[in-house]
Structure formats: structure tokens, C-alpha cells
Design a protein around this ligand. Structure first.
Ligand code: ADP
Ligand code: MG
Length: 459
């Protein structure tokens, strides 16, 4: 006999099917498995985080409606995402990027200790592909994670260009220590940008001392992208003392930077010299073989069966950035699904062309306005009108900023789409948002959420 959950899911799918193309169905729905049904809740298993994000964005409503058509309004769908062979169960309405909170293994991670680390469980040594470009950095990171604070690699500084795996590696150190020594070691991951924002915030609220105390209690401190400390004098001073305390107590420090420490301008000499006390290693762009291996691994992780020639095509043409390499796969699957076409070498070439044209479809300014207004729950015509209410003015400035940074429209054109404002108003808006982005945490988070929405909409 078929289990009840399988039966319900297959009936739900037959409703879903009526609304989408065969290609979409095969790409996005066939890999989903029903695993449980109880209390009118159907739990389905999604093969990866990437799948989940895509489904959430494009089909979650359709799935929910179809299920409710079958079982009534109380029926709910729960997504369980396979992460390193363990499942992470998500509520039906969870919109957060799941990678932010996804625990690896419930017994170890499903506790406050994990959440307190700020780590992202998706970055591990197991899924980090080794190549001549990163071999040394990986080996050093691995050594540090085996005996934190006890090697001469303290601090360990990993530097390299954008999208080459620095964040992945520094977080892998954290995740590995957490897995093996999570009970004895207090681990904390933060970007230097966030460190700066939180420090300023602490000063503002007279909590600078508490801030210092918290950091000086950590056993493994992981600070990503230290180049953002540039010219932040007081933050550097604070970090200097934190660094000294931790180092004296043989606590492990791992840092990443987009350039070698000695080339960091605008950072105090005494800090730069400390950054060089331990080991400084670089990550270089991957060679062809490593790019192939990374693509194969990512395809596997996402349950995508790709012809060798497509993998070769991407590996040959996308050479300098692993994030883009990953992006090419995602784009290929999305394009195939949305256009109802098979994954072929021609489609892969089209993806490549999109990428090299400096990207995607140029979204219209109206679409950006719509996404922003939807986010802030305000009527769309308000941001084009002469309304000076604070929330409206902010949404308007954010829309202008995103229109400038995410499309190729000119300042003049952008102004025209906001009720005929002139280009100096647009410039002012962009400057205001750029400033707020540095000082206001909420705005910064809003901006990244919006950018993500706009990117997905422009695929
Ligand atoms: P950076 O911090 O250097 O800008 P990231 O660590 O964010 O780069 O890497 C960009 C993306 O590429 C991430 O999704 C990461 O998982 C992936 N990536 C980078 N290097 C590797 C690797 N060697 N193996 C597997 N994935 C990698
Ligand atoms: Mg990074």
C-alpha cells in the first residue's frame, strides 16, 4: 500500500501540474518527496537549499493552494531541506534565507550554542573543493580547526579576491570546531563591518564595556573581511585590545581580507603587524580542473544531472570567481524551468551570454518600485507623488538607489520615473542611502533582501 503522505502529495501534484509546464514540473517538482503526513500537515523533502529558495519564491503559493484544494483550508505544507544528508524542517511560511540558520546535525546544532556562533552551517570542509589554488589555505585552516589556539598559526589570515572561498573557509573552521569542541569552545563569527556597526551601537547606548567583555570571552574569534576596518579609528582601537587579550590567552583568531595585510591602507601599523604574527595565506583563482570539480560537486549537491559538455563550457568561460560559477548553474536551471526548455548546450550558451553581457534583463524602474513598495507595504503611486511622509520618502530613495545600482538607466531617466524629479534629487537619494547603509542595520538588511528579490525577478 502507498503511504498516505505519498498519495496526498501525488494528488496535490496533479493539481499543480495543470498550472505549469512539463519542463517546470520535471525540474522542480519531481525531485520533491513526501515524507510524512499528520495533523493535516504534509511534510515534503526538498533536495537542497537552492531548490527550497526557488520553490519558496515561485511556487510555494501554488503548492499551498493545491494542497488546500484537496484537504481544506487548514492543511499546511512543511518543507524539509536536505542539508548534508540531515534534514532541516522549516515552517511553511519561513521566508528567511534558510542557509542563515540551517543546523547541520540536530543533536549538536539544535541548541542555543549553535545560534550564538552566527555561523552558517552550509560552509564545511567536506564541501570545500581542494585545488592548487587553495591547498595551502585549506591545510592551514584545517590545522587550526583541529587544535584551535595551539598552533603557531595565530592569527591565521586568509586573503584573496572576491568569490574565491574566504568566507567558506573561515566558516568551515568555525563549523568544524563547533562539531568537535562545541561544548568547550565559545566560537563567534562576524564580519568586520558588522563588528563596526555593533561597536558604534554599543557606544551609543553606553554599552561599550559590555561589548568589550563579550568579545574578550571568546575562544575562537572569526572576523571576515577585515578590509572594512579601514579608517574606522575607534573600532580599530577596540579590535586591537580584543586581539591582544585573546592572543595573550592563546585563543584562536582567524581573519580574512581581500588583500595581504601589509597592503591594507588606513589600518594602524600596530594592527597590521599583529595580523602578521601568525600565518598569512592566500587563495588564488581556481584552475580549469578545480573549476570542473567545483561545478561537478555543486551539481551533485543540487541533484542536477548535467552533461559533461555543459560543465566544461562553464568551467572554460567563467574563470575568476567561484560565486559566478555557482550562479551559472542556478541560472541554467532557472532559465530552463521558466522558459520551459530542456537543459541543452545552447541554453547553457545563452546563460553564458547573459552573464557576460554584464548580466540579466534590465528590470524596469516600475518593477523595482513595485518590489520596494511591496516590501514596505505602501501604495505604489505614493512614491511617484509629492508625498513627504518619512516612510514614503525613504522607500522612494531606496527605489532610486536600487534603480541606479541594479539597472543601466541614467539619473535623468530615473528621476522622470519618480514623478519628474531632476537628476540632482536622484544623486541626493543615492548618497543618503549609501550613508544609511553604513550606519543603519535595518536599512542594510532591507537593502540586501530587496536586492535578492530584484535579482530573482530579473532572471
Ligand atoms: P569570498 O568570501 O572569498 O568572496 P565565498 O567564500 O563567499 O567567497 O565563496 C563564494 C561561493 O563559492 C560560496 O558559495 C562558496 O561556497 C563557493 N566556493 C568557494 N570556494 C569553493 C571551493 N573550493 N569549493 C566549493 N565551493 C566553493
Ligand atoms: Mg566573503
Amino acid at each position: 500500500m502507498t503511504p498516505k503522505c505519498v498519495d496526498i502529495w501525488s494528488k496535490t501534484l496533479s493539481i499543480v501540474k495543470e498550472h505549469i509546464s512539463q519542463q517546470t514540473f520535471v525540474t522542480w517538482f519531481e525531485p520533491i518527496k513526501a515524507i510524512n503526513f499528520s495533523n493535516n500537515q504534509l511534510t515534503v523533502q526538498i533536495p537542497s537549499q537552492f531548490f527550497y529558495e526557488f520553490i519558496e519564491k515561485h511556487y510555494s503559493e501554488l503548492i499551498e493552494r493545491s494542497l488546500q484544494q484537496l484537504l481544506g483550508e487548514n492543511a499546511e505544507i512543511i518543507y524539509s531541506v536536505v542539508m548534508n544528508n540531515k534534514n532541516e524542517v522549516l515552517g511553511s511560511r519561513q521566508n528567511e534565507l534558510i542557509s542563515q540558520t540551517a543546523p547541520l546535525s540536530p543533536d549538536i546544532y539544535l541548541n542555543d550554542r549553535y545560534y550564538a556562533t552566527q555561523l552558517n552551517a552550509r560552509y564545511t570542509f567536506e564541501n570545500f573543493v581542494e585545488g592548487p589554488n587553495n591547498q595551502f589555505a585549506r591545510a592551514a585552516a584545517l590545522a587550526v580547526s583541529k587544535s584551535p589556539g595551539k598552533t603557531t598559526f595565530n592569527p591565521l589570515v586568509i586573503y584573496g579576491g572576491v568569490g574565491l572561498g574566504k568566507t567558506h573557509l573561515i566558516q568551515a573552521v568555525g563549523n568544524s570546531i563547533l562539531k568537535n569542541n562545541g561544548t568547550t569552545h565559545k566560537i563567534f563569527y562576524i564580519s568586520s563591518e558588522k563588528f563596526t556597526v555593533e561597536f558604534i551601537d554599543a557606544i551609543k547606548h553606553n554599552r561599550a564595556q559590555e561589548f568589550s567583555m563579550n568579545y574578550r570571552n571568546i575562544d575562537v574569534l572569526l572576523v571576515d573581511d577585515i578590509q572594512f576596518f579601514t579608517n574606522k579609528e575607534r573600532t580599530q582601537e577596540e579590535f586591537f585590545h580584543t586581539f591582544n587579550t585573546l592572543h595573550q590567552n592563546q585563543k584562536q583568531i582567524v581573519l580574512t581580507s581581500d588583500r595581504p595585510p601589509k597592503e591594507l591602507k588606513g589600518i594602524e601599523e600596530r594592527l597590521i603587524s599583529r595580523f602578521q604574527w601568525g600565518l598569512v595565506v592566500d587563495i588564488q583563482p581556481p584552475d580549469f580542473e578545480t573549476r570542473m570539480a567545483i561545478l561537478q560537486k555543486k551539481a551533485e549537491e543540487n541533484d542536477l544531472k548535467l552533461p559533461q559538455e555543459i560543465i566544461e563550457l562553464f568551467a572554460t568561460n567563467i574563470t575568476s570567481n567561484i560565486r559566478e560559477l555557482e550562479g551559472s548553474l542556478i541560472r541554467l536551471m532557472a532559465k530552463s524551468s521558466l522558459q520551459g526548455e530542456d537543459v541543452t548546450i545552447d541554453l547553457a550558451k545563452a546563460v553564458l551570454k547573459d552573464l557576460s553581457l554584464g548580466n540579466r534583463r534590465n528590470l524596469s524602474i516600475e518593477e523595482i518600485q513595485r518590489i520596494v513598495c511591496d516590501h514596505y507595504k505602501i501604495p505604489e503611486d505614493m512614491i511617484r507623488a509629492k508625498n513627504r511622509k518619512k516612510e514614503i520618502a525613504l522607500a522612494r530613495q531606496i527605489s532610486m538607489y536600487l534603480s541606479k545600482t541594479m539597472t543601466t538607466h541614467s539619473l535623468k531617466t530615473i528621476g522622470l520615473h519618480f514623478g519628474g524629479r531632476d537628476h540632482s534629487t536622484v544623486i541626493h537619494a543615492i548618497q543618503t542611502i549609501e550613508q544609511l547603509k553604513k550606519t543603519d542595520k535595518t536599512i542594510k538588511e532591507d537593502l540586501s533582501a530587496l536586492q535578492r528579490k530584484i535579482e530573482l525577478a530579473s532572471l
